[in-house]
Design a binder for this molecule. Structure first.
Ligand SMILES: Nc1ncnc2c1ncn2[C@@H]1O[C@H](COP(=O)(O)OP(=O)(O)OP(=O)(O)O)[C@@H](O)[C@H]1O
Length: 283
């Protein structure tokens, strides 16, 4: 029997424009994560270069979200190294940093299940992302000296501009929970972008989207790459989106990296086809 995933793997891969710099912004080496007796990640290596779009794919339970959780400080990996290099060439080892410290270093993320502040407005959700770049600390927020007031004004105006970019400004004072599904997904990305990342991680951004919303998402991710000059790492099950967007693809299965390469190479890789089809690939 042919599964749905086997069909989508055969989506035509677009030719890769290989004009990206070779500077790695993220370098992950031998990342390992054990949960008791379960090895969810087994010495996985992955690099992302400046301005690249890279996908991390694999069957359900392969270890993709665990990978994101390990590199963003949600989990402490059992082994391996995670190094982020900013645009000025400063290298930071992220091992042991908390999620907010990782965000400040320039790597932001979204989640598989939308994690917005549902009872806050659209503007407030983005302002929360923006606050990570504010200089005012708790005393400033309490006593509100003139500098804190002017910084707060700037946060409001920056956040509104971000909403405009994501075509969300018409919802500015709506509660997040009242937005249509596709707009909630966009808002998560807008909030992540408000932290000024140079590397954005998207965990299944197209999950639950219809064909039109997915097409818009595809265009939005491309636009982000070119206009904001950022690199993007995405986990996604929609192979059409993956094949269309990615410069390179990494494939994991049972916690191990089984392949990496261009969309074209990956779509023809026997180990990848087998991972998606199971034993039927041998037939
Ligand atoms: N906190 C945890 N404690 C124990 N086991 C976990 C934990 N998080 C993930 N796992 C296990 O690690 C393995 C990898 O899970 P993970 O969620 O990373 O897979 P995935 O590739 O993201 O899957 P999906 O595509 O279904 O989201 C699974 O066997 C999962 O049950």
């Amino acid at each position: 029997m042919t599964s749905e995933k086997s069909i989508v793997l055969k989506v035509e891969a677009r030719p890769v424009e290989n004009n990206h710099s070779t500077q790695p912004v993220l370098s992950v080496t031998q990342l390992t994560m054990n949960f008791g007796g379960l090895c969810a990640l087994d010495e996985v290596d992955l690099t992302i270069k400046e301005n690249e779009i890279v996908a991390l794919i694999g069957p359900n339970g392969a270890g993709k979200t665990t990978f994101f959780n390990c590199i963003t400080g949600i989990y402490t990996p059992s082994g391996g190294d995670v190094v982020l290099t900013d645009k000025a060439g400063h290298r930071s080892r992220l091992n042991g940093l908390k999620p907010d410290q990782v965000t400040k270093k320039g790597m932001a993320r979204t989640f598989q299940n939308i994690r917005l502040f549902q009872n806050m407005t659209v503007l407030e959700n983005v302002m929360i992302g923006r606050h990570c770049r504010m200089r005012t600390g708790i005393p400033g927020a309490v006593f509100r000296p003139p500098r804190a007031k002017s910084e707060e004004k700037q946060v409001v105006s920056d956040s509104y501009q971000i909403l405009e970019k994501f075509d969300l400004h018409r919802y500015v004072n709506e509660f997040a929970k009242n937005l249509p599904y596709g707009a909630q997904r966009r808002l998560e990305i807008a909030r992540a972008m408000a932290t000024e990342p140079f590397l954005l991680l998207l965990d299944e951004p197209a999950a639950g989207m219809n064909a039109q919303e997915t097409k818009e998402l595809d265009a939005m991710i491309e636009k982000l790459r070119y206009e904001e000059k950022i690199s993007i790492l995405l986990i996604e099950h929609d192979m059409k989106l993956v094949m269309n967007l990615s410069d390179r693809i990494f494939v994991v299965d049972y916690g191990k990296k089984i392949a990496e390469g261009t969309p074209e190479a990956i779509s023809q890789n026997p180990a990848v086809i087998k991972a998606y089809l199971g034993e039927s690939a041998d037939a």
